[in-house]
Design a protein around this ligand. Structure first.
Ligand SMILES: [Zn+2]
Length: 381
């Protein structure tokens, strides 16, 4: 083919055929986990629109007949609708791969924010009641407007939120875990840990300076984490299987694995919450093992920020609570989970999240098979 793509290379629009071609066990698992529906959409453009369609979408024929693939996880009810054409819409705000240079306005906004409160955390941010945790290049601060009883910020030494390396990611996880340990010394009932990382305003960050946040909750985890735990529990009761390991196995069988060199199972999700979601699962790991995620998470970020051209992203890390006891049914089936998602071009004036994402299913223009291939092709090994 003229675009260099192998005609038999896996793509999301061939998902039903790819599942049908799996060995029996993996096919059964895929069908047990996912409902996949393919829909054809047609348009009848007036002749006057054709030059614009050709320019914008590459061909008129590609817009006349569209293949839309909908995937839903039958257990968590996470779902995505894939149509690669959507990334070519005017103003779609999708990430441009391998940008030669960042737009000057992006650098100006980042540099123009130097001297913000997080550049001087010791004097311009509050400490927690137990003080601060100071890592090699990360320092914690209490969040001024908390989203939970324990809600703090891990501020990076570097202002530029895109100036990342493995040492920063590793230090973030070590510092965040130590913060949780110290918070639990004052409040042992706080046991559900959640780390969130919003990079740039498009991903919801209110300050540009590089930072992540941690929450530590009492009797329940955040709602979507509880949703996954409940799904894994129901899956086990109804099928006898292990939800998360079956999920990883199906993604791997389809060619969606992203982490060849790590013990952590990583894959480009078939039900991404938004563009290019990568899920990392560390089986048998507790929150205390958070640092196991450092290398695979950094690998994901390195390739995303590099060849994929991602500039704005969200990361979440969570797992079973500290001190799982018999009253916490189902948590033993939850591994340590990290999720990464691309939020698109930071300078786009259009939000990437709208009514369908909030109330329906996520609409996705990136192909998970491309995401997985790119990550594997660029793996440091
Ligand atoms: Zn700063």
């Amino acid at each position: 083919m003229d675009d260099g793509r192998d005609a038999r290379e896996a793509t999301i629009d061939r998902l039903p055929e790819l599942i049908a071609a799996l060995p029996e066990r993996e096919r059964a698992l895929a069908e047990r986990l996912f409902q996949v529906v393919v829909t054809e959409g047609e348009i009848e453009p007036p002749p006057g629109m054709e030059p614009w369609l050709e320019r914008t979408f590459g061909s008129v024929a590609a817009t006349r007949h569209q293949r839309i693939v909908r995937v839903m996880n039958r257990w968590t009810f996470e779902g995505a609708t894939f149509n690669p054409l959507r990334s070519r819409r005017p103003g779609a705000g999708t990430t441009s791969a391998t940008p030669a240079a960042d737009p000057p306005e992006l650098r100006q906004r980042i540099e123009g924010a130097r001297g913000d409160d997080f550049c001087q955390p010791e004097t311009r941010t509050p400490a927690d009641s137990f003080g601060r945790v100071r890592g090699a290049q990360t320092v914690t601060a209490a969040n001024v407007a908390k989203a939970d009883g324990w809600h703090s910020v891990a501020i990076f030494a570097r202002h530029d939120p895109l100036a990342l390396d493995e040492a920063q990611v590793s230090d973030l996880l070590t510092t965040a875990l130590e913060w949780a340990r110290q918070a639990r010394q004052s409040d042992p009932a706080a046991r559900h840990f959640f780390l969130l990382w919003n990079c740039l305003w498009r991903a919801g960050a209110s300050l540009i300076h590089g930072h992540a946040q941690m929450t530590l909750s009492h009797s329940m985890a955040h709602a979507r984490v509880e949703g996954q735990r409940a799904a894994a529990e129901r899956y086990h009761i109804e099928t006898g299987g292990d939800f998360f390991s079956d999920l990883a196995e199906v993604h791997e069988a389809l060619g969606l694995r992203t982490t060849p060199a790590h013990a952590v199972a990583g894959f480009a999700s078939l039900t991404p919450v938004k563009e290019r979601e990568v899920t990392l699962l560390a089986f048998g790991a507790q929150i205390q093992d958070l640092s196991r995620m450092a290398a695979p998470l950094w690998e994901t970020l390195r390739v995303a920020l590099g060849v994929m051209g991602v500039r704005s992203f969200n990361v979440a890390l969570y797992g079973p609570p500290f001190e799982v006891n018999e009253s916490m049914v189902g948590w033993s089936r939850v591994p340590l989970v990290a999720r990464f998602v691309d939020r698109g071009a930071p300078l786009s004036p259009t939000s990437d999240i709208a009514a369908l994402e909030l109330f329906g299913s996520s609409v996705i223009s990136s192909d998970p098979f491309d995401v997985a291939r790119t990550l594997r092709a660029n793996a440091a090994l």
